[in-house]
Design a protein. Structure first.
Length: 472
């Protein structure tokens, strides 16, 4: 196995996971296991290899271990041993965790950006939405270095209409210029170094392009922070030394904090437990994670999208949130002769016994939400549970006002909020009968001045944004 492949194996979410032939996989595993007990593998990293008395190893910190049952702590440390590590010589030739985004960050602070910033200020301007300043302030208090990038990623999710207006401006020209400069500055580095740069990967590269545009605009702020981003810290979860600049904007955005190392951030994004269809010794840990997430974060069984959404818990619960997200089971794409069928997400929820009475619902039957409200689908239930969890008062099935033309037979919305807003969960769009009904509801709402909030399955990951006006 080539060593660059070995490092790619965990580089970040942008690396495609294809299925290697079985024999190669076995050889890789053997080599990795052998290497773990001995010296770290010879790397193609263009620096001198540091000397280790023993191989670097991630171990749970006391504070993290206290939050986990014994089997979950064992599972996590066992999975860490078999998934490898990343290292580079850092200060005093001690090892530290590093990713390609490290270099990406170095590119950010280079003279190319400074030139692009001054040009951009002359050639382009953009009207930010009113919430941008507040978001930027909040992210600046978490990580000034990432604040501009992450704010742009958040705006993309919270305000897609605004992004559409930005997308078509001369602003994008400036972003392109910046991105190509960044690519130039990385061109001498190994291939896997370039993947974390904007447009380098298949996943989210466009987002990063636009985020980069934001950074150009706000560059003056970010440029001042290079020194603090360079300090070495210890990961709160696994004690790994790392620098804040080794965290990518996407990781900071997803995890919502900079107190975890890049390895732990990758574990949150990708998961540690992958369902290979085997009799996994970690099933109990996965079940514990699903139950904990269901009880603490969602007041009910979450959808896949909800579990993958950025973590935004209160500070005192954040560490537990991060640990449970790491241990939520994920699909494995490369499966060789599974000894059992891989479980779907719903099957995992059923195994963890978090679905409640309605777990075998089919089309046309009802599911009970956590607060007892009847819902027609898991989708409705997610929204109902979301409102329950955040203390948003909601009455199910309010009637639209009577209208001889538009509403002779008493159309109902899904919920009514305390301020009179009607909420509709649009789970079946695309069938013409359903779409016509939605159009009639919209017309009714506008005729009678009823505020209307429409939610589609694509919105599940951003419910906190949609419900922001009602969150206390
Ligand atoms: Zn860590």
């Amino acid at each position: 196995m080539s060593h660059s492949t070995e490092r790619d194996g965990r580089a970040d979410s942008e690396v495609p996971r294809s299925a290697p032939p079985r024999a190669e996989l076995d050889a890789d595993i053997k080599e990795l296991r052998a290497a773990l007990g001995l010296e770290p593998p010879v790397d193609d990293w263009p620096f001198a290899a540091p000397r280790f008395s023993e191989g670097p190893r991630r171990r749970l910190t006391e504070v993290a271990r206290l939050l986990l049952p014994d089997h979950a702590a064992e599972t996590l440390e066992r999975e860490w041993r078999t998934t490898g590590w990343w290292w580079m010589p850092g200060i005093d030739n001690e090892w530290e965790c590093s990713f390609a985004s490290d270099r990406f960050a170095a590119g950010v602070w280079g003279p190319g950006l400074r030139a692009a910033v001054s040009r951009t200020r002359k050639s382009a301007s953009v009207q930010f939405p009113p919430s941008a300043g507040e978001r930027l302030d909040r992210w600046s208090s978490i990580s000034p270095m990432h604040a501009a990038h992450v704010t742009m990623l958040e705006l993309l999710e919270a305000d897609p209409q605004w992004w559409d207006t930005v997308r078509h401006g001369d602003y994008v020209v400036a972003a392109d210029d910046w991105v190509s400069r960044l690519q130039d500055s990385l061109s001498g580095l190994p291939g896997d170094e370039r993947r974390s740069a904007p447009r380098g990967g298949s996943d989210g590269s466009n987002l990063l392009d636009y985020a980069a545009a934001g950074l150009v605009q706000l560059g003056g702020l970010a440029l001042t922070d290079a020194a603090t981003a360079d300090a070495v810290r210890q990961c709160v979860i696994c004690d790994t030394p790392y620098r804040v600049r080794a965290l990518s904007a996407h990781e900071v955005y997803t995890v919502g904090s900079t107190q975890y190392c890049p390895l732990c951030c990758a574990d949150v994004v990708q998961g540690v437990l992958h369902d290979q269809g085997a009799m996994d010794p970690w099933a109990n840990t996965a079940i514990w994670a699903i139950r904990t997430v269901s009880a603490h974060d969602f007041s009910g069984p979450p959808s896949r999208e909800q579990v993958a959404a950025p973590l935004r818990g209160p500070r005192e619960r954040h560490l537990l949130q991060v640990l449970t997200r790491m241990l939520i089971p994920r699909d494995a794409e490369a499966v060789f002769q599974p000894s059992r069928k891989q479980r779907s997400w719903t099957e995992w929820l059923a195994l963890a016994e978090v679905l409640g009475e309605g777990q075998r619902q089919s089309r046309g039957t009802w599911i009970t939400a956590t607060d007892g409200h009847l819902c027609r689908s898991m989708f409705e239930r997610h929204i109902d549970d979301f409102m329950t969890h955040y203390d948003i008062a909601h009455n199910p099935e309010p009637q639209y006002p009577y209208d001889a033309g538009l509403n002779p037979a008493g159309l109902r919305a899904d919920w009514q909020l305390a301020d009179g807003t009607f909420v509709e969960a649009l789970g079946l769009t695309g069938t013409s009968e359903y779409d016509q009904k939605v159009e009639r509801k919209k017309a009714l709402a506008s005729r009678f001045n009823v505020p209307l909030l429409l939610i589609t399955p694509a919105d599940l990951g951003r419910l906190p944004h949609l419900f922001a006006p009602w969150l206390v």
